[in-house]
Design a protein around this ligand. Structure first.
Ligand SMILES: *Cc1c(COP(=O)(O)O)cnc(C)c1O
Length: 411
């Protein structure tokens, strides 16, 4: 997308505003599909939690993607967006048996990640096929917030519990139709991922009626120049080979499934915010924007990097800035960042704002969540309106006459 297009969108819809470029989403989807063209049956299930606007879900559906969901509400959103139930997989962690039963009733595929629920669900619904989430105990990436395959992770059934798992399956006579893993958010080393996949293949041999093996996600996208990016093409080639070998020995053509979130939408997104104040202190220059972690929390939550460009002055002299928000907490987006000279009123564009940005937004400080705009075939389409004061108060119960007499402390 061109800066002038972004500036026009900020002018039309106000700021702050999220913008998503459909072309980038489509090209990422195509790239991943091509990388795995070596397998006969491939199913990409977009992870809805990354960016769950219904228009984005419809775009994914039109591309032939399935949907990976982690709550009953995401399941409902997926159905509303037109996904067939069998193209939705429910992959929750730590939810109640009732929620899983509700999803099963809607006809979506079920993925269970602990033995307690597996035993209860299997006893009550032996005829509903179930996929199991395995924890292969492989450390992918260095940040413990985003490496979910290691030994202390809350996700998945440990490979060391396979004997117990098999006993449950045998006793309940349930049907295991898929094996799943999601090791973490960053595949930095393809060999580590392939090693985890070997563990998954070993586990899969225990089940006779599999339809698919789901390798989760973890595709890393670049955030800045020089960043390591998962080499999708190399991974595709190597994993496809191993997968085809496995299918040959298993005696059945299985589906290879993935659940990419970030890979499909991260780079499509731009978050645009206006600079309210440029403040020179004794140690730095702050650029305060009309936003905060209520709109984009990733830098504060887990230190993620978002490239920041001053699209109002792209040719300006570069200077160092600390970009901060307006929230009454420390909400630093970037420290000591070189950005083209900033004046009050300039629009800053935050890159990689497609995944886990809007979906993590809140109303903290009683602020409105921003609108979302889809840039599609050279046209800006509003896909979510900015919230209004009505949204802030609509579920609050304004109890009348509760404090009609002045309250006093009883000592
Ligand atoms: C969040 C999640 C994903 C998507 O992860 P990305 O890093 O965004 O690709 C996939 N599978 C499961 C089970 C998840 O919870």
């Amino acid at each position: 997308m061109k800066n002038t297009d972004l500036l026009n969108i900020a002018k039309t819809y106000g700021d702050p505003v999220y913008v998503y470029d459909s072309e980038k989403i489509i090209s990422q989807f195509t790239r991943l599909t091509k990388a795995f063209s070596g397998v006969k049956k491939l199913q990409l299930n977009y992870a809805a939690k990354a960016l769950s606007n219904i228009t984005i879900l419809k775009l994914m559906n039109s591309l032939g993607s399935g949907l990976d969901t982690v709550s009953i509400q995401e399941v409902q959103l997926g159905l509303l967006a037109g996904f067939k139930p069998e193209h939705i997989i429910f992959t929750p962690n730590g939810v109640s048996l009732e929620e899983i039963e509700e999803a099963a009733k809607l006809g979506v595929r079920i993925n269970i990640d602990n033995l307690s629920i597996l035993e209860q669900f299997g006893s009550r619904h032996p005829n509903v096929p179930v996929c199991i989430r395995i924890n292969p105990h492989v450390m992918a990436g260095g940040n413990s917030n985003i490496s979910v395959g290691h030994i202390d992770s809350k996700f998945g059934i440990s490979i060391h519990q396979i004997p117990h798992l098999l006993r449950i399956v045998e006793l309940t006579k349930m049907n295991i139709n898929g094996i799943h893993m999601h090791t973490g958010s960053d595949i930095l080393d393809i060999d580590v991922f392939l090693y985890a996949s070997e563990i998954l293949f070993e586990t899969a041999k225990n089940f006779k009626n599999l339809d698919f093996i789901d390798f989760g996600s973890g595709f890393k996208v670049p955030y800045k120049d020089g960043d390591i990016e998962t080499n999708i093409e190399e991974l595709g080639k190597k994993l496809s080979e191993k997968f085809n070998d496995f299918c040959a020995s298993y005696g059945k053509e299985l589906t290879l499934a993935f659940e990419p979130g970030k890979f499909l939408v991260s780079e499509s997104g731009y978050f645009l915010a206006k600079v309210n104040v440029v403040k020179q202190t004794t140690s730095t220059v702050f650029a305060s924007i009309d936003s905060g972690f209520n709109h984009l929390i990733r830098p504060m939550l887990y230190g993620s990097y978002h490239g920041i460009e001053n699209i109002s002055n792209p040719e300006g002299r570069e200077r160092y800035y600390s970009v901060v928000g307006y929230i009454c907490e420390t909400d630093t987006f970037a420290s000591n960042r070189r950005i083209n000279e900033i004046s009050e009123g300039d629009i800053l564009s935050f890159k990689n704002s497609g995944a886990y940005c809007f979906t993590m937004a809140s109303n903290y400080n009683s602020r409105f969540r921003p609108p979302e705009v889809l840039w599609h075939k050279g046209e800006a389409i509003l896909i979510r309106e900015r919230e209004t004061f009505e949204d802030i108060i609509q579920h609050q119960v304004d109890v009348k006459n509760l404090f009609s007499k002045k309250e006093k402390a009883t000592v």
